[in-house]
Unconditional design. Structure first.
Length: 464
């Protein structure tokens, strides 16, 4: 990308600054719009200074003569930016407007970076080349000047529509000031409730929207009540569809989709086998399916009108029960019924061990039942907290434009969505890893390995 990326970021930021300043003047007053514009211009000055400094450093390494324009920018930008920042802070302008203006540039950088990364990932997954052959006949694209003129025309048209709409729908004003009791009563009646029925902030899902649009029709209420199992089924359909598309026509030299899935599955197998040993290889399909299934359900909460089924304790408890039953079945099948009870008694080897066995048996048995509870509660709490955090910041972004009844808000929740993507992957990995640990502990070779390692360490001769 290089400096061309920064140039594009500056252009987009400048266009958004004009639109944001117009919206700030209309909805927040002249001072708010001015503060927003000055904050954005100050951040643009910072990126211009960094760009000039980078060109000077690169020119020095390459042995080229520096450009006087860059030298002037670097020398003059520091005092100008310092005085400008001090002036914005001490001018009495709304600090909220200046802060929002400063974050416009950062938002543009994040969104353009994500768009480029998604385009590269899509090209890699579908097998399309990012650089097309030079002899490929294509329609000539419009010039950059024409694109800029069209973009500015669309932006100014939208800004004009917002301005006219705002002036055509003024806020109703009351002629008389009612009493405090009546004001509180009216606020309680008219204040919107951004929370779910349980009182927890929650983004609306598609079943919620359908239920509200149909005035709580019977079929819509049924969808809303069963939305967690339905979204779990949707995650299953997504995974099965991806696998079928990738391996519908397997090739010796795999395509992009087949290679991505083979890499993911091979990575899961290598991770489990290298961590726990070759005895865990038969359980790779179960553990790998758990990971990708939970990961898909966790990420569904970041898609508009969808919901993370793992944000419901019913879903996480069901998966924990499946893990619990499979672990107990594996332990009884591998160790035998008496060997399983012997394991729960602490595997006593001497008189002291048999004496303590009646005490250890209920403790071990209780521990077996606590494992699924901890699995379910950990996954539910983390995913539920991530979704609630995103919903809270969505509400804050809408409240920032609360002085006008506009159906938009500042996307301050986007940063927390990326954090949610990372943490969702971590929680899926933790769940699958703990399931692997429980399966490994159910193997009869687990205790023998420990004894063998202890014998080896004990059998080492002493050296002087």
């Amino acid at each position: 990308m290089g400096f061309e990326f920064l140039v594009r970021v500056r252009r987009v930021t400048l266009a958004l600054t004009v639109l944001a300043a117009l919206a700030g003047v209309v909805y927040g007053g002249a001072k708010f719009g001015l503060a927003l514009a000055l904050g954005s211009f100050w951040s643009l000055g910072n990126i211009l200074f960094l760009e000039a400094l980078g060109r000077l450093l690169i020119a020095g390494r390459l042995g080229k003569a520096p450009v006087w324009r860059d030298i002037v920018i670097v020398l003059g930008a520091v005092p100008v930016l310092m005085l400008g920042g001090y002036g914005i802070l001490t001018s009495g302008l709304p600090l909220l407007g200046a802060t929002l203006g400063f974050w416009i540039l950062f938002g543009v950088v994040v969104l353009k970076t994500i768009s480029i990364a998604l385009a590269k990932a899509l090209d890699f997954a579908t097998g399309r080349a990012t650089e097309r052959p030079a002899d490929l006949v294509r329609r000539p694209l419009p010039s950059r000047r024409a694109q800029g003129i069209v973009g500015w025309a669309i932006a100014l048209t939208l800004a004009g529509v917002f301005v006219l709409w705002a002036f055509a729908n003024p806020e109703p004003q009351t002629a008389t000031a009612p009493s405090n009791t009546s004001v509180q009563h009216e606020v309680q009646e008219t204040e919107p409730a951004p929370e779910s029925e349980s009182g927890v902030p929650e983004l609306p899902s598609l079943p919620d929207v359908l239920a509200k649009a149909t005035h709580e029709a019977g079929w819509a209420k049924t969808l809303k009540a069963w939305q967690d199992p339905l979204f779990s089924l949707l995650a299953t359909i997504i995974l099965v569809t991806l696998v079928r598309l990738a391996f519908a026509h397997p090739k010796l030299v795999p395509g992009r989709g087949q290679m991505m899935l083979e890499t993911a599955m091979g990575g899961a197998r290598d991770f489990i086998v290298q961590t726990f040993g070759p005895t865990m290889e038969p359980y790779v399909p179960f553990v790998g399916t758990l990971f990708f299934y939970i990961l898909t359900m966790n990420w569904m909460g970041q898609v508009p009108l969808l919901k993370s089924p793992t944000a419901s304790l019913n879903t996480t408890a069901a998966m924990a029960v499946v893990v619990f039953l499979y672990v107990q079945y594996t332990a009884i099948r591998k160790q035998g019924p008496f060997g399983y009870l012997y394991h729960l008694a602490g595997s006593p080897k001497d008189l002291v061990g048999w004496f303590v066995a009646p005490v250890l048996f209920p403790i071990e048995l209780m521990g077996e039942f606590i494992k699924p509870l901890s699995l379910a509660a950990r996954l539910f709490g983390n995913v539920f907290g991530e979704d609630m955090l995103v919903a809270v910041f969505v509400g804050i972004g809408v409240a920032l434009l609360g002085w006008q009844p506009v159906p938009i808000g500042f996307p301050i929740h986007v940063l927390f969505m990326f954090l949610g993507l990372v943490m969702s992957a971590v929680q899926a990995l933790v769940f699958a890893l703990l399931a692997s640990v429980y399966l490994y502990m159910a193997q009869p070779t687990h205790e023998h390995d420990e004894e063998h390692v202890g014998a080896e360490h004990g059998a080492q001769p002493a050296t002087v």
